[in-house]
Design a binder for this molecule. Structure first.
Ligand code: FAD
Length: 555
């Protein structure tokens, strides 16, 4: 079924009629992975998300597919080995949305890492993660490190380690996995909130789902219900009366974005803060972003905000390692804040808590999954679907094949892996230029849409007049049309945050196009004036929050 809210009623009706094997609550990377794994093994699966896909933690991360080098410090060998290996798989299955990024880890006199520990650490990392030869670590003398990144503090530098991580767009990765699941036959709908669970003989057999667009409520039944609600996992466990034993601890992390002209970082850097935490500074699309913080959070889960203290912590960290930049609060162009759904461990500080995922099965049969990382989504999905298929086999005798996703390109990833992507990029750049796109525009679209880019290119080529009539720039029109027709976008925030990432990395573009995009979406979806006003306000509020910290945490 086409993945568009223009067919919202039909999708709802189909989910209602289907006799589902599995219903997944939540539309972040964990749910997307579970839906894809389940559908490829032949299960009938549906996903319901109360906000937009990836609107929870999965659009608010550091946007790295990484093994978690810092976990070596805590001897989390298992986590590093597993997610380290996953990096290459995530990359190969969607090289348009995930790209290798050489990371430099400078070490200073008196810092956490020295030449010896960095060398050993990176070597162990290479081994554990099975890193290919061309991407294995290198060690730099101070002058080489400073040559690669002249903005680095010179005083006390003793050298640097150099190793590969992978940069991604977390929200688009989530969408591409979800789209692939839908292409394979899964059903997924945003703005559907699970407000209650339905039981028979004390066993969970379904959910009450409230459509947050029209206010209607429907019951959705399935043989198995998985709670993959990220930071809300315990909220659903409370409804299930099974929130006991281990519980979630939420910690907040923020990132700041600067214009590349003001903070012209050439090289991604992973560095020590004055309080000996590790923070990333990463160049991206003409901007530089830096983060993250890690503080206990008890406020509104749907709206974590950057505080003045968070902002100043990151600014101080930048000043500590890049003193020449003389960064100030006025230089912050955008930001975001996210919540880590971690599993509580007594006596540990936020940064010390393990990032391992865990599965809880309640007496009612509700299966909850929490913790973990974006990077390990495929493995988390595998363990959930292994459990679900085992239970279905025991209960009904049904058999399902083993996992199928290791070599399965995600949506947009049909480009012949990382090697094939190089040729794909050259060919599509030529096509883009032929139809009148600038080199920069074509490249952006190819990286954003991968093998689906032809649909966007064709709209751009064929619908220039239509775009003009709608007072939309033709590139914006082509991307918006795709987001509406193929990616279930419904509100302006869906387009400007999760479909394009523009609120973070191109906020002026959002300001420039927000009115024409909102007008067009109103017409497409037949919104009432009240809806239009609400959605406009929502976008304005999020633009404001991205650029203005709150004085203090609102508990
Ligand atoms: C600051 C920060 C930096 C990070 N950096 C990285 C990184 O660089 N690399 C990495 O691998 N990992 C990173 N992580 C971790 C990673 O982002 C998370 O592990 C991952 O995104 C969690 O995904 P999820 O699907 O479990 O949760 P979410 O993305 O939060 O998805 C859960 C969804 O469930 C929905 N939901 C909740 N309740 C209901 C309900 N009742 N009905 C319907 N839907 C509901 C929510 O709206 C939400 O969208 C980072 C996390 C943070 C906070």
């Amino acid at each position: 079924m086409q993945f568009t809210n223009l067919l919202r009623s039909e999708i709802k009706e189909t989910i209602n009629k289907e006799s589902l094997d599995l219903l997944v609550i939540g539309g972040g990377i964990t749910s997307a992975g579970i839906a894809l794994d389940a559908i490829t093994r032949g299960l009938k699966v549906a996903v319901v998300e109360m906000q937009d896909f990836a609107a929870g933690t999965s659009s608010r991360s550091t946007k790295l597919v990484h093994g978690g080098l810092r976990y070596l410090k805590q001897f989390e060998i298992g986590v590093v080995a597993e997610v380290g290996k996953e990096r290459a798989i995530v990359y190969e299955n969607g090289p348009h949305v995930t790209t290798p990024e050489w990371m430099m880890l400078p070490f200073y006199k008196g810092g956490t890492f020295g030449p010896f520990t960095t060398n050993i650490g990176l070597r162990v990392y290479d081994l554990l993660a099975g890193v290919k030869k061309s991407e294995r670590r290198k060690m730099f003398k101070p002058e080489v490190a400073l040559g690669r990144e002249p903005l680095l503090k010179q005083e006390g530098i003793k050298g640097a380690g150099y190793y590969v991580e992978y940069k991604t767009d977390d929200a688009r990765l989530t969408l591409e996995v979800m789209k692939k699941a839908v292409e394979e036959g899964a059903y997924a709908l945003n703005y559907m909130k699970v407000s209650d669970l339905v039981y028979e003989n004390s066993k969970v057999v379904g959910v009450k789902a409230e459509d947050l667009v029209d206010g209607s409520v429907q019951e959705i039944r399935a043989k198995k219900i998985v709670n993959a609600a990220g930071p809300w996992v315990d909220t659903l466990r409370e409804i299930d009366k099974s929130k006991k034993g281990k519980t979630l601890k939420l910690t907040k992390g923020i990132h700041l974005v600067f214009d590349g002209k003001r903070f012209p970082l050439k090289q991604a850097i992973y560095f020590d803060t004055p309080d000996r935490r590790m923070v990333f500074a990463i160049p991206r699309e003409g901007k530089t972003y830096v983060g993250t913080t890690d503080t206990v959070y008890k406020g509104d889960i749907a709206h974590p905000k950057m505080t003045v203290q968070d902002r100043d912590y990151v600014l101080n960290a930048i000043d500590f390692i890049f003193p020449k930049v003389k960064i100030t609060a006025e230089d912050v162009e955008s930001s975001w804040a996210g919540l880590r759904p971690l599993i509580h461990e007594d006596g540990k500080s936020p940064s010390e808590i393990s990032r391992k995922d865990e599965i809880f099965v309640s007496n009612s049969g509700l299966i909850s999954i929490a913790g973990g990382k974006l990077t390990g989504y495929r493995k988390m999905a595998e363990s959930i679907v292994d459990l679900v298929t085992k239970q279905l086999h025991e209960e009904d005798g049904n058999s399902f094949p083993k996992k199928q996703t290791k070599n399965l390109p995600i949506s947009g990833g049909d480009v012949g892996g990382s090697e094939g992507f190089k040729t794909f990029l050259i060919n599509k750049m030529n096509t883009g230029k032929k139809i009148g796109l600038s080199e920069e525009e074509a490249k952006k679209l190819i990286y954003r849409y991968g093998s689906n880019v032809d649909i966007v290119f064709n709209t751009y080529r064929d619908d220039k007049v239509k775009a003009k009539e709608e007072k939309l720039d033709p590139v914006v029109y082509a991307s918006l049309r795709y987001a509406i027709d193929h990616e279930l976008a419904y509100k302006p925030v869906d387009f400007f945050i999760r479909r394009t990432g523009a609120i973070f990395f191109d906020i002026d573009w959002v300001r420039e196009h927000k009115d024409s995009v909102t007008q067009f979406m109103k017409k497409e979806f037949n919104w009432t004036d009240e809806q239009e006003e609400d959605y406009k306000q929502e976008l304005e509020q999020l633009i404001y929050e991205a650029t203005h910290p709150v004085e203090k945490e609102e508990f």
